[in-house]
Design a protein around this ligand. Sequence first.
Ligand code: FE
Length: 331
Amino acid sequence: MKKLSIILSLFILISCANKLEDELTIFTSRQPQLLEPILNEFYQDTGIKVNLLSGNAQVLMERISVEGKDSKADIFMTVDAGVLWQAAERNIFSEVDSNILNTNIPDYLRDANNQWFGFSKRARTIVFSDDQYSASDFSTYEDLSDPKWKGKLCLRTSKKVYNRSLIASMIDSYGFEKTKSVVSGWVSNLATEVFSNDTSALKAVSSGQCGVTIVNTYYLARLLDDPQYDNLRLFWANQKNRGVHVNISGAGIVNTSNNKENAIKLLEYFSSKKAQEFYASAVKEYPVVEGSEINEAIKSWGAFVEDNINVSKLGSLQKEAVFLAQEAGYK
Ligand code: FE
């Protein structure tokens, strides 16, 4: 035990010694290869080197909490407003006062206390197979609870935060009871057991196992690189009312960081047009900064009306969404 604690203290000493002023460390649940090119650009432009430590978001948050002031993390970057909200609840972030971020990032895509900011948008919408249906068959997420879709709907598990956030956005619009009846309707329309990921749900639609699903658009964009899946069609949900459900990938500055000034520089850099266009394009998501170019492959889906609920609510209503899914029997 004593040996272990000596090794641990040595490790902490070494980590502190390595914490150079012109280096930043991002703890992230995003894949490093998605971020590396933009971080290299940042290094060319500023001389600030950025290290990445990637892993599961919950594990990284726990690690930052446990390590406290010894943590190497300057920035925590992850996907889904629900997770960023949790990180703020756990007091991982510090408030950031930046005119650049406040100007570049719309209010509804960042925390009200500026503890975290969205840097790309992720739209979750309806995808169907044109072997079975056409766009005129669809209207809203709610309509998929109608008995006419019995045995046709495929969904990813409600255990995924993406679906919890979608349910949270419906609770915000319609209240608990109405949302519960929609989700119960989805469950009775399921063609098969829920899937563990969006890509499997899309493949099940393509193969005819079901006719329609709800997924994040970047999964469709990636799958469409393979002509085998070209019967899949995107439909922008709820265009005549609250709009398509939009979530974010985002980041905040860790409150124990010794290098907050440079960390702010990096977040500001992520909100620049150059970084926005590169990043959104590489991950096939949507930029948060108005007027940025989008990925060629997703241009054909056209512009869409988005639900501009403040994404913080996707976090604050998360627990209620989990409870609702349980009550509705959505596994
Ligand atoms: Fe994803």
